[in-house]
Design a binder for this molecule. Structure first.
Ligand SMILES: Nc1ncnc2c1ncn2[C@@H]1O[C@H](COP(=O)(O)OP(=O)(O)OP(=O)(O)O)[C@@H](O)[C@H]1O
Length: 607
């Protein structure tokens, strides 16, 4: 039965591949085989037959041979291009090749650091699949939210390849004496920039201190194939957006790194592998480490690589109409296609909760006179939520649940922005803007993966429209989404739409639905509380936009009454404003007492 399911999913993968045009195929996939890259035949066969990967992706073809050679590597490639296999396949290949089989008592050989729990589980699951034929290599994970005692027991038994989140790893390095890492040979930083953005910089430095960051020159080929002993360390950094934040980490962890994918535009997809490597990898050949830092810094303002078949749009929506427009677009999208998988990004955990419960509980009919029992949910699809304040098991269930649904909606914070590989996501809606352009790139990267089609929609208020220039500076350009056309498409009971209305706020459909939502929220104490909490945390997150972005996302320009409307609140804005001011005062007082760490600052925005 399981075999049957597996072959079905592989057939699906192959069908998807054949739907992709030849041009896209050549852009994404290399014209060589996994065997050509020097990987063990058993591993290649497994990749092909059991995982359905017929040929390597371009980035895999470029990077895998370099990783096998034992060099430190910095990989920069678009989202969804198969970076996980870039590091897992060579590590498995090299570990299985030891003269004497490694044993659990040898401890950990490879450590993969990831920023979130979901990504930790995802990488672990791929690793498990990859190790199918190499049962003596043991995969494992440790991460926040898990039972420390059980993790200790697993570490004591020995984990050959360990996937971890930084905080929990440091915890075990400090407190688990049975954790053997003397044979550590590989350190991988997946989504390196995000680990730093989340404020884990200090933890990373401590981790590197524990493990001894730059031990010896990692290009010592004699080590390869030997049973571990006095071995050198190979460090790998990967992300779709490498920027100056990574400089420091590169500085303290990489030796003469080979840069892969930093100059992708020059790469011709028809070139055989050796030539691709020649053009697209940059080896910092000087003895001075500062050379590699310069390469990174000069790329910080470069264009980002975006998925080839991604359609990007923005919706210009006045603040007070945001909620209605979001609901209307979601309804339109779900009614247009039988299977839609949509991810909506919001800025705070409270905002996720509010919208989740509102979408789940709000009953509606175009005719206001309809009996309550005949009213239906506004959007007929399964809705999930994901944020960092959720219980660990709920987070896991959401992730798995959304993954397995054919048609569903996920409301989430940026906890889902990085690395998550969810099949068949058709549309990304950034209801709250992402902040730095790199975050935009990662959020939209949850769709249009590996050459598939996908759409992305960014909500902007008229006062925020300059954000488009910021994106443009990174080569990201968006077309306007026809908001009014969508609003016009909704029938109004006993009313006609009037054309040429001055503003979206006056649109009869907007007025009608806003009233219905406000009525529903006002009547439900739970919803009212959720809305108020969401309002307060949303404004706080808005004030937390960093550096240059403050000139675009100016809290002073916000009309708090309109913000309240966007949470379905008809209370006097001053009332809501006062409660916010009280919270702000309290926060200021707390801040005076405890000087905030960088980490806390980040946690204002969603986790
Ligand atoms: N050679 C291949 N052939 C077909 N599918 C592949 C291949 N390599 C990876 N994949 C699939 O491509 C998808 C994207 O891979 P992965 O998540 O590693 O991308 P990524 O580049 O790390 O993305 P992100 O930057 O978002 O983390 C996964 O579903 C993976 O199973």
């Amino acid at each position: 039965m399981r075999e049957h399911q597996k072959s079905n999913s592989m057939e699906e993968k192959n069908k998807t591949k054949s739907k992709i045009s030849n041009a896209t195929q050549a852009e994404i996939f290399a014209s060589c085989s996994f065997n050509d890259l020097g990987l063990h035949p058993n591993l290649c066969q497994h990749l092909q037959e059991k995982m359905g990967f017929q040929v390597p992706t371009q980035i895999q073809a470029q990077a895998i041979p370099v990783v096998i050679e034992g060099k430190d590597v910095l990989v920069n490639a678009a989202t969804g291009t198969g970076k996980t296999i870039v590091y897992l396949a060579p590590i498995v290949h090299l570990l299985q090749a030891y003269d004497q089989r490694i044993q659990r008592s040898d401890g950990t050989f490879a450590l993969v650091l990831v920023p979130t729990r979901e990504l930790c589980m995802q990488v672990y699951e791929i690793l498990q699949k990859l190790l199918h034929r190499f049962h003596w290599i043991v995969p494992g994970y440790i991460m926040g939210g898990e039972n420390r005692g059980k993790e200790k027991a697993r570490l004591r038994k020995g984990i050959s390849i360990l996937v971890a989140t930084p905080g929990r790893l440091l915890d075990h390095l400090k407190n688990t004496s049975s954790f053997v890492y003397t044979n550590l040979r590989w350190m991988v930083f997946d989504e390196a920039d995000r680990i730093l953005e989340l404020g884990f910089g200090k933890e990373l430095e401590e981790i590197l201190e524990f493990l001894g960051s730059k031990k010896t020159d990692s290009t010592n080929k004699e080590d390869i194939g030997k049973k571990p002993g006095n071995i050198s360390r190979q460090n790998l950094l990967l992300s779709a957006t490498l920027n100056e934040k990574v400089n420091h980490l590169a500085n303290i962890s990489l030796i003469k790194p080979v840069m892969i994918g930093l100059d992708e535009k020059k790469v011709s997809s028809d070139l055989p592998i050796p030539s691709i490597r020649k053009f697209s990898t940059t080896e910092s050949d000087g003895d001075e480490e500062s050379e590699s830092i310069q390469v990174l810094a000069s790329h910080s303002t470069d264009n980002y690589n975006l998925p080839t078949r991604l359609i990007q749009k923005y919706a210009k929506v006045p603040c007070g109409s945001r909620l209605v427009v979001l609901f209307s677009i979601l309804k339109t999208l779900f009614e247009k296609e039988v299977s839609q998988k949509i991810v909506v990004f919001l800025s705070t955990c409270d905002a996720v909760d509010f919208h989740y419960f509102l979408l789940s509980e709000f009953r509606w009919s175009p005719n206001p006179q309809t009996d309550i029992n005949q009213k239906q949910t506004f959007i007929k699809c399964k809705t999930f939520r994901l944020h960092g304040n959720m219980d660990h098991d709920d987070r896991r269930a959401t992730f798995q649940g959304f993954k397995s649904e054919k048609s569903a909606l996920l409301l989430c914070t940026d906890v889902a922005a990085r690395g998550l590989d969810i099949p068949k996501v058709t549309c990304i809606i950034q209801y709250d803007s992402p902040g730095e352009a790199s975050e935009y790139v990662h959020r939209v990267g949850r769709t249009a993966r590996l050459g598939e089609k996908g759409e992305a929609l960014l909500f902007l208020q008229p006062i925020e429209i300059d954000y488009l220039h910021d994106l443009q500076q990174h080569g990201v350009s968006l077309k306007e989404y026809p908001v009014e056309k969508v609003l016009d498409s909704f029938p109004l009971h006993g009313q006609r739409h009037h054309k040429n209305l001055a503003t979206i706020e006056m649109h009869p459909w907007v007025v009608f639905l806003q009233r219905a939502l406000e009525g529903f929220i006002a009547a439900e104490a739970k919803m009212k509380t959720l809305a108020k909490n969401a309002f307060c945390s949303w404004v706080r997150a808005y004030t937390a936009h960093k550096g240059d972005l403050k000139r675009i996302f100016m809290v002073k320009k916000l009309h708090l009454g309109h913000v309240a409307r966007s949470f379905g609140l008809k209370d006097q804005p001053s009332l809501v404003g006062r409660s916010f001011q009280m919270q702000a005062k309290k926060r200021k007082k707390d801040q005076r007492q405890v000087k905030p760490s960088k980490r806390r600052k980040f946690s204002t925005k969603a986790k």
